[in-house]
Ligand binder design. Structure first.
Ligand code: UDP
Length: 330
């Protein structure tokens, strides 16, 4: 099987490429290296079964030529990270909406099966005990740039579903919940690499707001095999499927565990959202996945604990060769 991975030089994309190569695929990566990095692919770049194309999902001719060679596409390319989205909403909207439409159109033209990487952000401010795939979306004002990522990804899902329904494009959507792991950078706001980097450097850990907001972090090595299994699961056709982590944890608790686990001298500092992201920022108070569907379809049962995640991310950051790419699809 030849698989196209858009955003394959990103943090999740590169882990996906390694996994696909391990399972015998040929892999074509399309990445504009805006937030991804070739360093992320350093372990596989010499593999003759991997080819790298430097380009954007906004370039239709490039997309068309790589899609023509593929049997399936994992579409991960996106502008991600709260920092980038808040600072450059227009670019985010263009890449995240038009880029996805281009991918879907090229997939339709060449009869290629699509896995669309979406995000738990689509649920917005819904604080349900367990967000299931049909939970309501609760978004803030359309004029707040903070919500453009959730808005664009929601449109992407709708676009993809319409392509599947009206053109018969084979499709599965995965909604990723705060996927973390080695190679994710904190540069664009992601909390786990940010706080671990601060703890390792002995700097104050910056916890935004009151620190009582919660997340369920999932480990990239748990998520990637489930993505591939879903792409190969006929019962998942046209569905959106949550892939989230095990345990709900507040950001303050996360910061405390990082300090204690890494034996760091750092203090923990509360930073108002207005200072972190500018005025008018709205956070999600809580985001807890219901993973039942993924469990039923492909046996998804994430196992990596937050302590193991902290250890592995810290070990990768302390290693002599560090690489940076934006995390994708929180
Ligand atoms: N956050 C924080 N300190 C940081 C970066 C992020 O307290 O240095 C908070 C952020 O406000 C959010 C949570 O950590 O409440 C998770 O942020 P991230 O950007 O990783 O993902 P999100 O869930 O917001 O998409």
């Amino acid at each position: 099987m030849r698989t196209l991975v858009t955003g394959g030089a990103g943090f999740i994309g590169s882990a996906l490429c390694e996994h696909l190569l391990d399972s015998g695929d040929e892999v074509v990566v399309l990445d504009d290296l805006s937030t991804g990095s070739l360093d992320n692919l350093s372990g596989v770049i010499e593999d003759p079964r991997l080819s790298f194309v430097h380009g954007s999902v906004l370039e239709r001719d490039v997309l068309d030529s790589v899609m023509a060679r593929a049997g399936r596409v994992f579409h991960l390319a996106a502008v991600v990270g709260v920092r980038l989205i808040v600072d450059h909403p227009l670019h985010g909207l263009r890449v995240n909406i038009h880029g996805t439409e281009n991918v879907l159109e090229a997939a339709r033209t060449h009869g290629v099966r699509v896995l669309l990487a979406s995000t738990s952000e689509v649920y917005g401010k819904n604080t349900a005990d367990r967000l299931s795939e049909d939970s309501d979306r609760i978004l803030g004002s359309a004029l707040l740039s903070r919500w453009t990522y959730a808005g664009a990804k929601g449109i992407d899902e709708a676009f993809a579903h319409a392509y599947a329904t009206e053109y018969g494009v084979p499709l599965v959507i995965v909604r990723l919940f705060n996927t973390v792991g080695p190679r994710q950078t904190g540069r664009y706001g992601m909390v786990v690499p940010n706080l671990i980097g601060q703890a390792l450097a002995g700097e104050p850990l910056t916890v935004f707001g009151d620190g009582q907001q919660t997340r369920c972090f999932s480990y990239v090595a748990d998520v990637v095999p489930a993505m591939v299994a879903l792409a190969e699961c006929p019962a998942a056709d046209k569905l959106a499927v949550n892939l989230g982590g095990l345990t709900e944890i507040s950001i303050m608790d996360l910061a405390r565990r990082i300090v204690s686990r890494l034996d760091s001298p750092s203090e923990i500092r509360l930073i108002p959202y207005s200072e972190a992201y500018g005025p008018g920022y709205e956070d999600m108070r809580r985001r807890v996945p219901d993973n039942t569907l993924a469990g039923r379809l492909v046996g998804f049962h994430p196992r990596t604990t937050i302590e193991e995640i902290i250890d592995r991310v810290a070990a990768s950051m302390a290693a002599p060769v560090t690489s940076g790419s934006a995390g994708t699809h929180r």
